[in-house]
Structure formats: C-alpha cells, structure tokens
Ligand binder design. Structure first.
Ligand code: ZN
Length: 65
C-alpha cells in the first residue's frame, strides 16, 4: 500500500536521491503545488513540486517556474 504510486524522479537529468536515507522512490505531492507551499513562501503564482521520500518521508521541494 505505502509503495503504491511511488516512483523515481528525474530533475534536470539527475536522479533524485533522498539526502537523509538515500532512497530513490518518491511520492509526488500534487496537492500542495499551488496551495500551502506557495502561500507559505508568499509566492502565490509560483509552482512548487514536492516529492516525498517513500522510505523516510523527507520532503524535497522544487521551485518550478
Ligand atoms: Zn528518505
């Protein structure tokens, strides 16, 4: 169940690896792309991509213009 929909992520040709546990499978959090994070950074018109490590839950956040 927990591994459902997790995937490897490529950022600008680089495979994303979790800096905490070294995991290489992530969930993409689409819910916050245009919501909470953009609001948090006071950039409501910017898009953020969030990838959550499937192993430890670390969130990698990318500012995607
Ligand atoms: Zn991790």
């Amino acid at each position: 169940m927990r591994e459902k929909n997790s995937k490897e992520v490529i950022i600008n040709g680089h495979k994303l690896l979790c800096p905490i546990c070294g995991g290489s499978t992530f969930w993409e959090n689409k819910e916050t792309n245009n919501g909470r994070w953009a609001y948090f950074f006071n950039l409501p018109h910017k898009k953020f991509d969030n990838f959550i490590c499937q192993q430890c839950g670390y969130i990698s956040c990318f500012w995607n213009e």
